[in-house]
Design a protein around this ligand. Structure first.
Ligand SMILES: Nc1ncnc2c1ncn2[C@@H]1O[C@H](C[S@+](CC[C@H]([NH3+])C(=O)[O-])CC(=O)[O-])[C@@H](O)[C@H]1O
Ligand SMILES: O=C(O)C(=O)Cc1ccccc1
Length: 244
């Protein structure tokens, strides 16, 4: 995938603007997310396992906030032996979607991936077997988070699944400080300087506002999921598998 190294926040900035998924971010995105999100590669790779487990012939699956299509491509691997499945991959960043389409085309497979540029709030979800929302809900407003989870749940087949991966926060201040400190150490050992870490933190301040795990569970319960399991956790990042 991407080879270019992320050095977006390496130079001192007088003012740090809000984080956006523009052309500059897209050009380094794969490197950025791997060096910034502990467990990212594992979470993405496991999408294949969930897809193999829940999808039947003709399944319709979704990757909402697909970025460069990493989760959709992993999902595709899990659908390879089933007949007539398709994946709808959605992102609202034009730069992401155009690069994503190119990457998907370079990955030959009999499983169709339809890459759409739209807001996930406008995506029509129908007859869903598996929906991946990997590190994307965190960028929506609280009301929109409730709305999209409700919409996914009510259009998911019985036995269908939502894979929800997120950066989280903790109610307990001591634990919050500990987990954030470990996340920063992870980034620093992955080659980010203190300046890069602090400038990106400022850029994300008003853009990525994490919920607690408890909040995610209550939202999933209210939306109608009968089971939800924390299947992955590393510092302040989690992934939940929710079954309808
Ligand atoms: N309202 C929205 N509608 C559509 N897209 C959106 C919206 N808000 C944000 N995005 C998109 O959500 C993606 C979040 S990245 C997902 C990684 C991917 N899932 C992966 O498995 O590699 C995670 C991160 O960067 O931390 C970006 O591409 C945004 O353009
Ligand atoms: O870098 C961070 O601190 C994050 O929370 C993860 C991230 C990764 C890629 C884009 C935005 C946020």
């Amino acid at each position: 995938m991407q080879q270019k190294k992320d050095s977006i926040y390496s130079e001192y900035r007088e003012k740090v603007a809000d984080f956006v998924f523009d052309k500059n971010v897209v050009s380094v995105f794969d490197d950025m997310i791997r060096r910034s999100v502990p467990g990212y590669a594992t979470v993405v790779a496991m999408t294949k396992v969930f897809a193999e487990q829940v999808a039947e012939d003709g399944a319709v699956c979704y990757d909402l906030g697909c970025s460069l299509g990493a989760s959709a491509i992993a999902m595709r691997r899990g659908l390879e032996h089933k007949k007539g499945c398709k994946i709808i991959a959605v992102d609202n960043s034009e730069a992401m979607v155009s690069r994503c389409r190119h990457i998907v085309e370079q990955d030959p497979s009999n499983v169709k991936i339809d890459v759409r540029r739209e807001d996930i709030l406008d995506t029509k979800i129908e007859n869903c077997s598996l929906c991946a929302v990997n590190f994307t809900l965190q960028f929506l407003s609280p009301e929109n988070r409730d709305e999209i989870i409700r919409r996914i749940a009510s259009n998911t087949r019985p036995g269908g699944m939502l894979l929800l991966s997120e950066k989280i926060c903790y109610e307990d201040e001591q634990e919050q400080n500990f987990q954030v400190k470990m996340h920063h150490k992870f980034k620093s050992l992955n080659g980010y300087s203190e300046l890069e870490i602090s400038q990106k933190r400022r850029a994300l301040e008003n853009v990525l506002v994490p919920d607690t795990t408890k909040k995610h569970f209550s939202r999933l319960s209210e939306a109608g999921y009968s089971q939800f399991y924390l299947w992955f956790k590393c510092f302040n990042f989690i992934s939940i598998a929710a079954v309808k």
